[in-house]
Write a protein that binds this ligand. Structure first.
Ligand SMILES: Nc1nc2c(c(=O)[nH]1)N[C@H]1C(S)=C(S)[C@@H](COP(=O)(O)OP(=O)(O)OC[C@H]3O[C@@H](n4cnc5c(=O)[nH]c(N)nc54)[C@H](O)[C@@H]3O)O[C@H]1N2
Ligand SMILES: Nc1nc2c(c(=O)[nH]1)N[C@H]1C(S)=C(S)[C@@H](COP(=O)(O)OP(=O)(O)OC[C@H]3O[C@@H](n4cnc5c(=O)[nH]c(N)nc54)[C@H](O)[C@@H]3O)O[C@H]1N2
Ligand code: SF4
Ligand SMILES: [Mo]
Length: 724
């Protein structure tokens, strides 16, 4: 795209007393390019500028990005370790005192060792997150397996990218979130976007979406809400939450019926066609309309547009993935591009909108209960052997696979797991079925939490460790395209805060496992070991050196060696990653949501995001502008439904499900289905919508069904604020 089409490139003019550190945003998978402005006299970050020269985002940023720098020197930053001496105060903010690192480490080591002596190695667990660099994510996996020697590690990506990963693995034999670079998106002829609130969650993709339409191309959106994206759609398929599998099967059925299948591609490069057709043929527009609530005409029109488009990209996000059939939804939507052969070439393919900043890299290198670096399987003896060589342990010493994120809380509740090392995640807000999860955290014998701010989850900890923000350390992350990029350090860590990789190395030393960690003295040392550990895996980062990343504006994996420039396009040679080199067309019978509405709970509750807050909100609720723009959660209700309940805009109501209740201000809005209500999940304690959500897990990905459960509204007479 000509760079001056959307804005005029202006040379960055900055004050001579400032330096600019090129880096990327701390938050979502877009990883917008930014320069952090650093005052040369104080060496402190004082502001931000967009990076016009970053090819993915071309100087675009969203409200979270332009204020992200305000985290670094925020008054709420944790500056020293905290210890709580009185366990009776667990679950509150009270009772913490500041301590030295040595005292905190001593206490952690004493308690972890005692638990392992009394109850075995697997009594400890690690729960992590992917707002961390690849190097930190990698070392967290190694820390669990080699320093703690436990099988129980999982991470917040289980709630985020696990269904996309499982679906892509089944369809392609490989899981890279996008088969093509984002710089192709605006050049396609049709975007088919399902379950993504793109304008609020990946806002800096929007100029490419608009460009597709400006060029005469089409936008199809599948969402129960009329999001800002859906408002611009040529066809908005406003389905009932939880019914995507029927809709996707109907699309494929119509494509096949109407002659849009690419027979040669299907024959030569895919398997499973006949079985798939056998399942999808029942999904006529009329039958599908009954299940989804979308009119047959719209279904037919959408399939016609996608079928006719010379090039098309199927895109989706958590709306289809956070269901107890999320992995099936991913494969079902992927069937659209496989059956039409619109994949493995420029301007056509499939992409998931990866959520967290390092949602892609963080899922490849060993934070997941069954994975090792390079996307290796912990159940594959050859893979284990390869990683053991790098780590210096024997295959017998490698722990077994553990369990998924939500299942770890179940093991805490039944005392199988007794200790927790939590870092970079806030599950006391973000996990489903909060009443259960908070009890599970409370029942732990000993819990450590590493965070930059005191989170709702830290309130359950015995020891809180102060870690650093993204701006105080360096390393790589992998953005939503699969492009490995460099995060640069703009400021020294404030107070006594330390990067998580260093905390892991220092703790390993004190746990008697220093021999495997003490050679890692800098972030670069970790990076070198990390690249080596991925070598030969299919997520091979070995050739993605920091120098190459700088020179090429990032490196797409796989990148096998120094000479390899990386892989912007997947499957250009039509070779997929299954043993027979074919992609799989999947036959996926429809299943309803785990909890269908009933007389007692007649509404479908769905949950998600707003543009101003990020995930559990522990970071963005502290930024004044973002807090002012969205100070509290709300309940979106259609005007007809509001009338039926006799409730008005801004009135506070009780919302409840079989698992919990919360009080919300009503936002009466036409942009939602009458049978559906929506609440953003960025708020904690009594305001958390996860008090109500259902922990029904996808059998393949173990993703909880955040996107649909049954709920009911109760009117409270004349309430204008919550009664607590
Ligand atoms: N502002 C902001 N941006 C973010 C984040 C954030 O917290 N705030 N988080 C980042 C992360 S980690 C993630 S995972 C992504 C999430 O990005 P998205 O997945 O785009 O965000 P959500 O709001 O979770 O859900 C997307 C849409 O799914 C729709 N939906 C609900 N149920 C269904 C259904 O059954 N079927 C379909 N087809 N659609 C449904 C919702 O109405 C919503 O509009 O955003 C990233 N970007
Ligand atoms: N109802 C409902 N629930 C959901 C979802 C939904 O759509 N609906 N979405 C799910 C999804 S997609 C996701 S991704 C999860 C996210 O859920 P969480 O993992 O809880 O999300 P965050 O708020 O990013 O938590 C990260 C925490 O780590 C801290 N932190 C940031 N950087 C660092 C670092 O470098 N080191 C350390 N130690 N700490 C750091 C932050 O301050 C924050 O407290 O929520 C899930 N929960
Ligand atoms: S779109 Fe995502 S990466 Fe870009 S500025 Fe906003 S939050 Fe940051
Ligand atoms: Mo996410």
């Amino acid at each position: 795209m000509p760079e001056d089409k959307f804005f005029k490139v202006v040379a960055n003019k900055h004050h001579p007393n400032e330096s600019l550190v090129p880096t990327h945003c701390s938050y979502c998978g877009m990883q917008c390019g930014m320069n952090l402005r650093v005052d040369k006299s104080t060496n402190h970050i004082i502001g931000v500028e967009p990076r016009y020269d970053w090819p993915v985002t071309l100087g675009k940023m969203c409200p979270k990005g332009v204020t992200a720098y305000q985290q670094t020197n925020h008054d709420d930053r944790l500056l020293r370790p905290l210890i709580r001496d009185n366990p009776a105060l667990k679950g509150t903010k009270d009772g913490f005192r500041e301590a030295s690192w040595e005292e905190a480490y001593d206490l952690i080591v004493r308690n972890f060792q005692k638990l392992q002596t009394d109850y075995g190695k697997d009594s400890l667990s690690v729960f992590s997150g992917v707002s961390m660099t690849n190097e930190k994510c990698y070392l967290t996996g190694k820390f669990a397996r080699v320093a703690l020697q436990t099988r129980y590690i999982d991470y917040n990506g289980r709630f985020c990218m696990s269904s996309a990963a499982a679906g892509f693995l089944r369809s392609f034999g490989v899981d890279r979130g996008s088969t093509l670079p984002w710089t192709d998106v605006h050049e396609t002829d049709c975007l088919f976007i399902a379950g993504s609130n793109t304008a609020e969650c990946h806002p800096t993709s929007m100029f490419r979406v608009w460009e597709v339409q400006n060029r005469g191309g089409y936008l199809i959106v599948v969402d129960p809400r009329e999001t800002p994206l859906a408002r611009r759609a040529d066809v908005h398929l406003d389905l009932r939450p939880g019914t995507d599998l029927a809709l996707a099967n109907c699309m494929v059925n119509l494509l096949v019926q109407n002659g849009y299948a690419d027979e040669a591609f299907v024959r030569e490069h895919t398997g499973g066609y006949d079985e798939m057709v056998e399942v999808v043929k029942a999904f006529t527009p009329e039958y599908t309309s009954e299940i989804t609530g979308v009119s047959p005409e719209k279904l037919i029109r959408a399939a016609e547009i996608y079928g006719k488009a010379p090039n098309a990209i199927v895109m989706f996000a958590r709306g289809i993935e956070q269901q107890h059939k999320g992995a099936d939804n991913v494969s079902a939507y992927t069937n659209l591009c496989l059956v039409t052969g619109k994949i493995g070439r420029p301007k056509s393919g499939v992409a998931t909108f990866t959520g967290q900043g390092n949602g892609q890299g963080g899922r490849e290198h060993g934070q997941k209960s069954d994975l090792l670096p390079g996307y290796r399987k912990i159940t594959n003896p050859k893979h284990v052997e390869e990683v053991c060589k790098v780590w210096g342990i024997t295959p017998e010493e490698m722990p077994q696979p553990g369990v998924s994120a939500y299942e770890m809380f179940e093991l805490m509740a039944n005392k199988t797991i007794r200790g927790l090392y939590l870092l970079c995640s806030n599950p006391a807000v973000s996990a489903p079925n909060q009443n259960f999860v908070r009890d599970a955290l409370k029942s732990l014998d000993f819990m450590v939490c590493s965070d930059i701010f005191l989170s709702e989850s830290a309130e359950f900890a015995d020891v809180v460790l102060p870690s650093v923000t993204w701006s105080e350390d360096e390393g790589t992350v992998t953005n939503l395209e699969g492009r490995i990029i460099k995060i640069n350090k703009a400021q020294e860590p404030i107070g006594e805060s330390k990067p998580d990789w260093l905390i892991a190395v220092e703790l390993a030393e004190r746990l008697g496992r220093g021999a495997y960690f003490r050679h890692l003295k800098t972030a670069k040392d970790v990076a070198d070991e990390f690249r080596l550990a991925t070598k030969g895996g299919y997520a091979d980062y070995y050739g993605a050196t920091w120098e190459k990343i700088d020179k090429q504006n990032g490196v797409f994996w796989p990148c096998k060696d120094e000479a390899d420039p990386g892989t912007p396009y997947m499957f250009l040679d039509k070779q997929f990653y299954h043993a027979d080199k074919k992609a799989k067309l999947c036959a996926l019978p429809y299943r309803p949501p785990a909890e269908e509405p009933c007389a007692e709970y007649p509404l479908r509750l769905t949950t998600g995001r707003v543009v101003y807050h990020y995930l559990s909100g522990n970071q963005t609720r502290r930024i004044p502008f973002l807090r002012d723009m969205c100070p509290e959660p709300f309940l979106e209700v259609h005007p007809k439904t509001a009338k039926q309940y006799g409730i008005e805009h801004d009135e506070v109501v009780r919302l409840y499900s079989r698992r919990g209740e919360a009080f919300y201000k009503v936002k009466v809005i036409e942009a939602i289905r009458e049978d559906t209500v929506f609440v953003p999940y960025h708020f904690g304690h009594d305001q958390s919508i996860n008090l109500l959500t259902i922990p029904a897990l996808d059998p393949m990905s173990r993703m909880p069904e955040f996107k649909v459960c049954a709920a009911q509204i109760e009117k409270i007479a004349n309430a204008r604020s919550a009664p607590f």
